[in-house]
Design a binder for this molecule. Structure first.
Ligand code: B12
Ligand code: SF4
Ligand code: SF4
Length: 341
């Protein structure tokens, strides 16, 4: 381990650099902030990605951002993101409101979102207060349109061989692509005379935690690695939300057999450099769910360019696997319940 370089080998695991250890708060725990062990549900507290140094993990986050910025391959896409965010305007909400049925609006929005192939799945749910960070206002817009963008597996999974920079570039690129579609969808809604908002992608300043919304929007289920697994895209994809008051038809949460599969699979836990993934569900902020240890994961995330090993090694991520794996899991479940009855 060096002063500025962490140490990571598959055999010996991950040790943060001395510099990162210096920046890491001695007293604070992200697991506490997230409500690990708490049975009473409350609105979440934003534990990370505040994009300023003045919170317990702020200095460590700045180290992560500056490391990425210093790498041309990644900074390139950061710059594109910044330009898009600062140049693109959503436009005014036109005064004369168009009228159509919620079914037709939903159909049009889904077609529009998928049109350019920059995002690959779309789901819709109703906004819930319980997702909004406790220090944020409840955002306007009753409906949340969640866009999912597949990250190119060949690029993303280079992290398995130690190339974390290519993985990170794919992450930022996916944010830019989701962002482009987000602006397009939100602008179109405004032209129909309805409110819409879109906060960009990479800034992650969504004011709410997106994964439970995506679950409600029928996009997938939480895996042992703490992220969503989709029956279409597997694990390696990014989410981008657009809010609106245009009346829409919501999708429904779906069981695609993830829990059964994660119950026996061990790959993400085995390969996580920081040993942050456990084989049991935990009580976190009133929900019993798979949970990733924040205090172990974040240092590795910071130093390994957003890491992402857990998504890359997940069998659902391999191209083409998710749809057939879902069918297999659901068939197996049907067989079992037929046997027991
Ligand atoms: C902060 C954050 C992080 C932090 C801390 C995460 C944490 N758990 O605290 C760090 C830096 C570690 C991180 C790492 C990664 N992240 Co991140 N992260 C976020 C962010 C900005 C906020 C999440 C949050 O609010 N956490 C605080 C609390 C709520 O955490 P928690 O209790 O552990 O809840 C987690 C899940 O259980 C779920 N969740 C929350 N509430 C509920 C309620 C129920 C009922 C259920 C079932 C689940 C659930 O959401 C949380 C996701 O971490 C979101 C974007 C967003 N605005 O939501 C992206 C996001 C979750 N990250 C994402 C990804 C992909 C990653 C990485 C793989 C990085 C990469 N290379 O791509 C790693 C994976 C680490 C891991 N195994 O979880 C994606 C997930 C996409 C997906 N397929 O699900 C998101 C949605 C970003 C995006 N726009 O696409 N991330
Ligand atoms: S991103 Fe995933 S693999 Fe990497 S340290 Fe965090 S939980 Fe482990
Ligand atoms: S790697 Fe295995 S255990 Fe981990 S999330 Fe994917 S399927 Fe579940």
């Amino acid at each position: 381990m060096g002063y500025f370089n962490c140490e990571y080998t598959k055999e010996n695991g991950f040790v943060p650099s001395k510099f990162h250890q210096l920046l890491w708060p001695k007293e604070a725990s992200g697991n506490k902030v997230n409500g690990l062990g708490e049975t009473e549900k409350h609105r979440p507290v934003q534990s990370y990605h505040k994009h300023h140094p003045f919170y317990p993990f702020g200095l460590a986050e700045q180290w992560f951002i500056h490391k990425c910025m210093a790498n041309f391959k990644i900074a390139n896409w950061y710059f594109k993101h910044w330009i898009t965010e600062n140049v693109t305007r959503l436009g005014k909400i036109v005064n004369e409101r168009q009228h159509d049925t919620p079914e037709n609006w939903t159909k049009k929005i889904k077609e529009l979102a998928l049109e350019d192939d920059d995002v690959h799945v779309v789901g819709i749910c109703r906004m819930k207060e319980e997702w909004v960070y406790e220090d944020r206002e409840i955002p306007r817009g009753e409906w949340v349109i969640i866009l999912g963008r597949r990250m190119e597996y060949d690029e993303f999974s280079k992290n398995i061989k130690g190339d974390f920079v290519s993985q990170c570039r794919e992450v930022i690129k996916s944010y830019v692509m989701g962002q482009t579609t987000g602006y397009r969808v939100a602008s179109w809604i405004r032209k129909q005379g309805y409110y819409s908002s879109f906060k960009g992608g990479l800034s992650d300043d969504h004011s709410f935690t997106v994964v439970p919304a995506a679950i409600d929007a029928g996009l997938g289920q939480l895996g042992k690695h703490g992220n969503l697994i989709s029956d279409v895209l597997g694990s390696a994809f990014r989410l981008t939300p657009v809010l609106t008051d245009m009346p829409l038809i919501t999708d429904e949460a779906r069981d695609i057999g993830v829990d059964d599969f994660c119950g026996t699979c061990q790959l993400c836990a085995r390969d996580c450099p920081a040993d942050a993934i456990t084989h049991e569900k935990h009580m976190v902020n009133g929900d019993l769910k798979w949970y990733v240890d924040f205090d172990k994961c974040v240092p590795a995330f910071n130093e390994l360019y957003a890491c992402g090993i857990c998504l890359a090694v997940c069998p659902w991520s391999r191209p083409g696997v998710a749809p057939s794996l879902t069918q297999k899991m659901l068939r197996r479940r049907e067989r079992k319940s037929a046997e027991t009855s």
